[in-house]
Structure formats: structure tokens, C-alpha cells
Design a protein around this ligand. Structure first.
Ligand code: HEM
Ligand code: HEM
Ligand SMILES: [Fe+2]
Length: 482
């Protein structure tokens, strides 16, 4: 009992210790993402700010790449965290997994330093190899790409070997196949062609088929484990839902790729294919909401980790609104003709990434905090009534909704003035940028961003302190689940 409430990695199994390292780096990179987002946002308000020192393009690169990397670190951390529990076997090749963590993290640090200090290079292959590959979200230079592929292979080996030696559950089966697709797709973003249409064609294979297919399935697996772990939902129910969601997700998401092929020089049939299949993409997201509500209802919200469950429910709702509703709004080609590439896209991008993925990773941060303090009590009746996690969550959500709404108004105004009225002319672009609806929206985005930052500070503070000195063990959930 004395071990309860004391942070000690002795409370964790091997996979969880490694997972915790990934989760800690993930949390730190989340902070870096917010910092560079705020700097980029300020540059909309004061275009001279840091001009020539850290230009908007550099801040933006750091902002969106940090986003992708912290989420990937969160997913990898989450998978290592659940691996031994799910397989009922120690991680196979853990030493190698640990080594790769340090190699990958050192590579991330070097890439960030190069983005910040070197920033740009001449238009030659050496720049692609050593500075920046120039594809939004996955801009890491080619040497780092190769390192990332090697690291993913080791991670994949750890996962497959552990499941093979231990128990191969339904969740494990989906996870392994999904990781194979996820890692394989990354290769599509590593080729270079001077034809911009072809280049974009392949680049979307990574971005779209990650966020609207393979990542969705990966968080589906992580959330499935979370529901079993915190609420004791029966495995059979969770796995059945998972299979249905995977079928719907791949069924709509793969050809939904076409919604990025409307205007980049690809054949016209993509207008029909992309419009039709991407319009079906919200269906699995509705299924996920129903699933989460169903499980919570059946178990009368009784669970062993309130913050983690709060973020899990956030995930279902955020995924539905950010990806499903905000994605659907501009996915038909007749509408996308006017909204394409405006702040409308950024509005959807923010709400979808946060709603679908950040929430899932934050939920896992709380599960890790609980386990690493000796599986302490984290249900109701927390000291101070759990104000830190509640306010942290509220401020993160208020900040995110504020940013999203401000960007939506700006995007709406751009679609009307720049596109519909002015017919996408150069003058139309400037007329839209100077309109009060746009400039005021940029201010509101920034103010909401500060609220979001405050939420992040509370989140970190809470994660560092929650469960410390707690003497009650975790609430026992009546579980036929495992
Ligand atoms: C969690 C899932 C999703 C995430 C993280 C996500 C994120 C994003 C991001 C960041 C962009 C901007 C890309 C760029 O830089 O140009 C984008 C574009 C787009 N998304 Fe999503 N999205 C998701 C799901 C969906 C869904 C389900 C739909 C449709 C129902 C959708 C429809 C679109 C469309 C049509 C665009 C193109 C916008 C344009 O023309 O500028 N997205 N998405
Ligand atoms: C303090 C909070 C934040 C601020 C001030 C901020 C600001 C910005 C700015 C200024 C851009 C560039 C937009 C442009 O090129 O017009 C951007 C892009 C982006 N940010 Fe944020 N951001 C914040 C937080 C976040 C969070 C939490 C996420 C996701 C979880 C996120 C995801 C993105 C994405 C996906 C893009 C690319 C969007 C696109 O190309 O359409 N940001 N952000
Ligand atoms: Fe997409």
C-alpha cells in the first residue's frame, strides 16, 4: 500500500516504462506546437513580428510537424503502454525498442534545430536530404525519413513479436494490420518528382490515408483498450464495434481521398468519386459516438479513471464534429470550389486534429499518470474535486472551439468575397484579407489561442501532481472484460 501515490517506474511493466518515455516527449512536443502556433498567429496580426528571424513559413512548419510528431509519439507510447497487458506477455525485443527511442528522439531534436537555425537551403537535392523535404506536415529531410522508417520497423517488430508469443486478441489483429498500412503509406511521401500534380498526388496518400483511415483505426484500437481498462466493457462488445468501424472507415475513407484531387490536375472522375465516398466518411464517426454513449450508459459511467474517460468521450464527440461535421461541410466539389484552401480548411483541420487525436493521446496521458503512481484512485472525490483536470479540459476545449469558430467565419468571408463575388482574382484575395470579418477573426483566433495555452499549462500541472500522495487504490470495476 505504501507504494500507492508515489511516482515510481517500479509500478510499471517494461512496455509501460518505454511507453511512458514516449508519452513524456509527446507532452513536451505538444507544448512546442502551441508555442509555434501562437507565434504564427501573431504574425497574422503583426506581419513584421520576427520577420527575417523566424519567418511565418518556419513557424508554420514547426507548428504542423510538431503536431504530427507529438501525436505519433503519443500513439507509439499508447501502444507500448497497453502491449503487455493485451498480449499477456513481456515486450519482445524491449532493449532494441529502448535504443530506438533514444535514436528517434535525438533525430527529432536535430531536425527541429535545423528547421530553426538553417531554415532554408538552395534548390538542390542536398536540401531535400539534409534540411527540408518541403511537403507540408512531413517536412523532415530524407536522412530523417530513413531513420523514421527504421524506427517504425523496430516498433512494428516489438508489437508483432509480442502478440505472436503471447495472446493474439481481436484488437491485436486490427492493430498489427493497421500499423503495416500506416508505415507503408509513409513511403509514398518520400519520393520526389518535379511535377507538382504528381507530387501532390502521392503526398495525399500519406496525409489523407493517415488521418482519415489508418490513424482513425489506430485510435479505434487504443480507445477500445481504454474502454475495457477504465469501464470494464466486455471485450466481445468492444471488438465487434471495432470491426464494424474499421469496415466503414476503410470503405469510405480510402476513395474519400478523391476530395483532395478536385483541383490539382488529376482526371475529372475524381470529382464524382471524391464527392461520393468522402460524403460517406461521417458514417463510421457516428458509429463511434453511438458506441461510446452505449458503453457509458450500460456501465452507468462507473469507471476507474474519470479524467481518462472524460477525454475518451471528448474523443468521440470531437472526432464526430471536427472530422465528420466540419469535414462534410466542404467535401462536395460544388462547395469545395469556393472553400478550397481558405481558412475554412484550417478551421476544420484544427478541430479534427484536436478532436480526433489530441483527445485520445491526452486520455492516455491520464492512464499513464494513474499507473505510474501505483494504480491509484482516480474516480470521483479527487482532492479539490479534481478542479485542475476539469478546468484544463474546459480551457483546452473553449480555446479550440474559439479558434475554430473564428477561422470558420474568416473562411466563410473568404469564400464569399474572394471566390464568389470577386471570382478568385488577385484583387479579390486582398479584398478578402482586409475585410473586418477576416481581421477580427484573426484577433479572436489569437485570444482563443491564449486560453488554449492556459489549458495546456493546467493539464501539465495536473499530470505532474494527480494521484500524488493518494492512499486509495483504483476503484475496482466489475470486469469480465479481460
Ligand atoms: C480526423 C480526421 C481528419 C483530420 C485530422 C483532417 C484534417 C484535415 C486538414 C489538416 C486539412 C487541411 C489540409 C491542407 O493542409 O491542405 C484537411 C482538408 C480537408 N478535409 Fe479533412 N480531416 C479529417 C477528416 C475529414 C473528413 C471525414 C472529411 C469529409 C467528410 C474531410 C474533408 C476534408 C476536405 C474536403 C479537405 C480539403 C479542404 C480544401 O479543399 O482546402 N476531412 N483535413
Ligand atoms: C495556441 C493555439 C494555436 C494557434 C494560435 C494556432 C495557429 C495556427 C496558424 C497561424 C496556422 C497557419 C494557418 C495558415 O497557414 O493560414 C496553423 C495551422 C495549423 N494548425 Fe494550429 N494553432 C494552434 C493550435 C493548434 C492545435 C492544438 C492543433 C491540433 C491539434 C493545430 C493544428 C493545425 C493544423 C492541422 C494546421 C494546418 C492547417 C491547414 O493547412 O489548413 N493547431 N495553426
Ligand atoms: Fe481528406
Amino acid at each position: 500500500m505504501s507504494a500507492l501515490g508515489v511516482f515510481s517506474t517500479a509500478n510499471l511493466n517494461g512496455g509501460q516504462k518505454l511507453g511512458l518515455k514516449y508519452l513524456i516527449v509527446s507532452l513536451a512536443l505538444f507544448g512546442a506546437q502551441i508555442l509555434f502556433g501562437l507565434l504564427a498567429g501573431l504574425q497574422f496580426l503583426m506581419p513584421d513580428f520576427l520577420f527575417g528571424v523566424v519567418d511565418f513559413s518556419v513557424n508554420r512548419t514547426l507548428h504542423v510537424n510538431a503536431l504530427v510528431v507529438w501525436l505519433l509519439y503519443g500513439f507509439i507510447g499508447g501502444v507500448y503502454f497497453m502491449l503487455e497487458d493485451e498480449a499477456k506477455h513481456p515486450v519482445v525485443g524491449l532493449g532494441l525498442g529502448n535504443l530506438i527511442f533514444w535514436v528517434l528522439t535525438a533525430a527529432v531534436v536535430v531536425v527541429v534545430l535545423v528547421y530553426l537555425l538553417v531554415q532554408v537551403g538552395p534548390g538542390e537535392m542536398s536540401t531535400i536530404w539534409f534540411i527540408n523535404e518541403g511537403r507540408e506536415y512531413i517536412e523532415a529531410p530524407r536522412w530523417a525519413d530513413i531513420g523514421i522508417v527504421v524506427s517504425m520497423l523496430v516498433f512494428f517488430f516489438n508489437v508483432v513479436a509480442t502478440f505472436s508469443k503471447g495472446r493474439y486478441t481481436g484488437i491485436a489483429g486490427v492493430l498489427v494490420l493497421d500499423l503495416m498500412a500506416l508505415a507503408g503509406l509513409y513511403l509514398a511521401g518520400m519520393t520526389y518528382t518535379p511535377n507538382i500534380s504528381m507530387d501532390q498526388f502521392w503526398w495525399w496518400w500519406v496525409i489523407h490515408l493517415w488521418v482519415e483511415a489508418t490513424w482513425e483505426v489506430l485510435v479505434g484500437c487504443i480507445m477500445a483498450y481504454m474502454l475495457i481498462e477504465t469501464m470494464g466493457v466486455r471485450r466481445k462488445i468492444v471488438e465487434t464495434w471495432l470491426y464494424i468501424e474499421v469496415a466503414l472507415m476503410f470503405g469510405s475513407g480510402i476513395l474519400g481521398l478523391g476530395h483532395h484531387y478536385f483541383w490539382i490536375g488529376t482526371p475529372e472522375y475524381w470529382l464524382t468519386i471524391g464527392g461520393f465516398f468522402s460524403a460517406l466518411e461521417p458514417v463510421p464517426l457516428v458509429a463511434m459516438v453511438v458506441h461510446a454513449l452505449f458503453d457509458s450508459g450500460v456501465h452507468r459511467m462507473k469507471n476507474s479513471n474519470h479524467p481518462a474517460l472524460g477525454w475518451t468521450i471528448s474523443q468521440a464527440a470531437g472526432n464526430f464534429f471536427g472530422a465528420g461535421v466540419f469535414g462534410f461541410m466542404h467535401t462536395l466539389p460544388q462547395i469545395n470550389l469556393y472553400t478550397h484552401g481558405t481558412q475554412w480548411s484550417a478551421s476544420h483541420g484544427h478541430l479534427a486534429f484536436f478532436g480526433a487525436y489530441s483527445t485520445a493521446v491526452i486520455g492516455f496521458f491520464y492512464l499513464a499518470a494513474q499507473k505510474s503512481r501505483g494504480n491509484v484512485w482516480m474516480s470521483g472525490n479527487l482532492p479539490g474535486n479534481g478542479w485542475k483536470w476539469k478546468w484544463g479540459m474546459a480551457l483546452l476545449w473553449i480555446g479550440m472551439i474559439g479558434m475554430t469558430m473564428a477561422l470558420l467565419i474568416a473562411g466563410y468571408e473568404q469564400s464569399q468575397i474572394e471566390r464568389a463575388i470577386e471570382g478568385s482574382t488577385w484583387m479579390g484575395y486582398f479584398a478578402a484579407q482586409g475585410h473586418p470579418w477576416f481581421t477580427q477573426a484573426m484577433n479572436w483566433r489569437q485570444i482563443s489561442g491564449y486560453g488554449f495555452l492556459l489549458g495546456y499549462v493546467l493539464l501539465v500541472w495536473d499530470l505532474l501532481t494527480i494521484g500524488k500522495g493518494e492512499t486509495r487504490p483504483a476503484e475496482v470495476i466489475n470486469s469480465e472484460a479481460h
